[in-house]
Design a binder for this molecule. Structure first.
Ligand SMILES: [Zn+2]
Length: 106
């Protein structure tokens, strides 16, 4: 499964993907950023899960999802790199991962 079309909707702040099976997926930037698959973000999420409740509160208050999604780059024919307004761009979203986001409610 791969996208036939990827579109960045800067007004709605969503990433819109049409898949080879005709499925149309709309995923919010918030969901994408919160699930960034890069090592740094994965580490931060794990730390947050291990932390005592008070630190967890602080973590979830961090405005990590307020950044704009500026640009998408294709990585070969298997993934997309998302480039965020704060310069973060190490997250490479494979098609399979991206497709999993379609069932996530914001
Ligand atoms: Zn990341």
């Amino acid at each position: 499964m791969r996208p036939t079309k990827i579109q960045l909707d800067k007004k709605a702040k969503t990433l819109n993907v049409v898949w080879t099976d005709g499925n149309e997926q709309i995923t919010s930037w918030k969901v994408l950023r919160e699930r960034c698959p890069c090592a740094t973000c994965r580490d931060e999420r794990e730390k947050a899960l291990d932390a005592p409740m008070s630190s967890l509160d602080i973590f979830t208050l961090k405005p990590m999802t307020s950044d704009d999604l500026n640009h998408i780059e294709l990585v070969g024919n298997y993934a997309a790199r998302l480039i965020w307004g704060d310069g973060h761009k190490s997250g490479i979203y494979g098609w399979q991962l991206l497709r999993e986001f379609q069932d996530i409610e914001e």
